[in-house]
Design a protein around this ligand. Structure first.
Ligand code: NAD
Ligand code: UFG
Length: 343
C-alpha cells in the first residue's frame, strides 16, 4: 500500500484521519511540530488501530526538514496537509505568524511534490471562505466573500496558490475540502479534541462546562435572524469527516479525479442552532449544561450550513453519525481526559 504524509497528524482532525487511513491499509508518516498537540496522540492512534504510525517531530515551514523527510520516506504518494494555525481571534493579533505558518507550509510542500513523485494533496479548507452566505445551504459555487480574519484569508489564498501551481503545469492533483464545523471524538475515546487553554469553540467549552471546569457556557447572542435567535452551523462528526479524506486520497492516487483540482463541501446539510445543540447534548448525555445568553461575539456568521450533495454524489461520501451520538462521543472524550487527570 502507498504511504501518505499527514502534516499536522497529531492534531484533532489529523489524528482521526490517520486512524481511518491505517484502517484502510495505508502506511502513514506524520509530521507535526506539536505546537497544538502532543506526542501522546500517537499512542492513542496505536491503541485504536494496533499500528503505530511513523512520527517525525518537525516544522513544515522548515524546508530542510521536509527535504530530509522525503529522502527518508521515498514511498510517499500522497499528502494530507492539516498543519496550520487555526485560532481565528489569535490570527487578528498575530497576522504574520498565521500567514507565515499556513502559507509557507503549503508552499514548501507544493515545491517538493513533483520532484518526489507525490501524486496528490488533500488540503484542509473551511466554510469560512463563504463568509456570511447569501443563501443556505451553501454549494461549492457560492461566491467567496472577503475574509474577515487573517486565518480565513490564509484558506482563501491557499486555495488560490494550489490552483495557480496546478494550472502552471504541476503534475500532481489536489482535492480541497471545505469543512463546516467538525465536532465529536473517536468512539473509542482514545483521541479527540484537546484545545490549549480556554476553548474558543463551542463543543470543547460546552463539555468543559458540563464536567465543571468552567462555570457556565456563554451563548453568544439570541437576537439573530434565526428561529430561536442563536447562530446556526453545520456540525459534522470528526470521524465522518476523516473518512472523506481517505476517499479523496484514493481518488487522486487511483487517477479517478474528474479535474486536477476538485473542491468539496464537507457537512451534514443540517443547520443546528447553538441552543438546539445544547439541548441535543443534554438529552443525549443526561448532563445539564449551565448556560447564559450574552452579547454577540464579534465577527460571528449568523447562519451557514452545507449543501453536501456534490460530495455525496461524486465522492460517494455522506455524513452518517447522528448529532446525539456525536455529542455522546464528545462527552466520553471529556470524561476520559478527566480519568487520565489531564482535564
Ligand atoms: P489542530 O490544531 O488540532 O491540528 C493542526 C496540527 O498541525 C497541530 O497538531 C499542530 O501542532 C500542527 N502544526 C501547526 N503548524 C505546524 C507546522 N508548521 N509544522 C508542523 N505541524 C504544525 O487543528 P485541526 O482542528 O485538526 O485542523 C486541521 C486543519 O483543518 C487546519 O488546517 C485547520 O485550519 C483546518 N480546519 C479546521 C476546522 C476546525 O474547526 N477544527 C475547520 C475548518 C478547517
Ligand atoms: N459559541 C457560543 N459560545 C461559545 C463558543 C461558541 O455561543 O463559547 C457559538 C458561536 O457564536 C457560533 C457557534 O457557537 O455561533 C460555533 O462557534 P465555534 O467557535 O465553535 O465555531 P465557528 O463557526 O465560529 O468557527 C469554526 C472554526 C473556524 C472555522 C469555522 C468554519 O473556529 O476556524 O468553524 O469551519 F473556520
Amino acid at each position: 500500500m502507498d504511504r501518505i504524509l499527514v502534516t499536522g497528524g497529531t492534531g484533532y482532525i489529523g489524528s482521526h484521519t490517520v486512524v481511518e487511513l491505517q484502517q484502510a491499509g495505508y502506511k502513514v508518516v506524520i509530521i507535526d511540530n506539536l505546537s497544538n498537540s502532543s506526542r501522546d496522540v500517537v499512542d492513542g492512534i496505536e491503541r485504536i488501530t494496533g499500528v503505530r504510525p511513523d512520527f517525525v517531530e518537525g516544522d513544515c515551514t522548515d524546508m530542510e526538514t521536509l527535504i530530509k523527510l522525503f529522502a527518508d520516506y521515498k514511498d510517499i504518494k500522497g499528502i494530507i496537509n492539516f498543519a496550520a494555525s487555526k485560532a481565528v481571534g489569535e490570527s487578528v493579533s498575530k497576522p504574520i505568524l498565521y500567514y507565515r505558518n499556513n502559507l509557507v507550509t503549503l508552499l514548501n510542500l507544493l515545491e517538493l511534490m513533483d520532484s518526489n513523485g507525490v501524486k496528490g494533496m488533500v488540503f484542509s479548507s473551511s466554510c469560512t471562505v463563504y463568509g456570511e452566505p447569501d443563501e443556505n445551504p451553501v454549494t461549492e459555487k457560492a461566491p467567496i466573500k472577503k475574509a474577515t480574519s487573517p486565518y480565513g484569508n490564509t484558506k482563501q489564498i491557499s486555495e488560490e496558490i494550489i490552483s495557480d501551481v496546478i494550472n502552471a503545469g504541476a503534475s500532481f492533483k489536489s482535492v480541497i475540502l471545505r469543512y463546516f464545523n467538525p465536532v465529536g471524538a473517536h468512539p473509542s475515546a482514545e483521541i479527540g479534541e484537546l484545545p490549549n487553554g480556554v476553548p474558543q469553540n463551542l463543543i470543547p467549552y460546552l463539555t468543559q462546562t458540563a464536567i465543571g471546569i468552567r462555570n457556565e457556557l456563554s451563548v453568544f447572542g439570541d437576537d439573530y435572524d434565526t428561529p430561536d435567535g442563536s447562530c446556526i452551523r453545520d456540525y459534522i462528526n470528526v470521524v465522518d469527516l476523516a473518512k472523506a479524506h481517505v476517499i479523496a486520497v484514493e481518488r487522486m492516487l487511483q487517477d479517478k479525479s474528474e479535474n486536477k483540482i476538485e473542491i468539496f463541501n464537507l457537512g451534514t446539510g443540517q443547520g443546528v442552532s447553538v441552543l438546539e445543540l445544547i439541548n441535543v447534548f443534554e438529552e443525549a448525555t443526561g448532563v445539564k449544561v449551565p448556560h447564559r445568553i450574552v452579547g454577540r461575539r464579534a465577527g460571528d456568521i449568523e447562519k451557514v450550513w452545507a449543501d453536501p450533495l456534490y460530495a455525496n454524489e461524486v465522492l460517494g461520501w455522506k455524513a452518517t453519525s447522528t448529532l446525539a451520538d456525536t455529542m455522546r462521543s464528545a462527552w466520553a472524550w471529556q470524561k476520559r481526559l478527566r480519568e487520565r487527570g489531564i482535564m
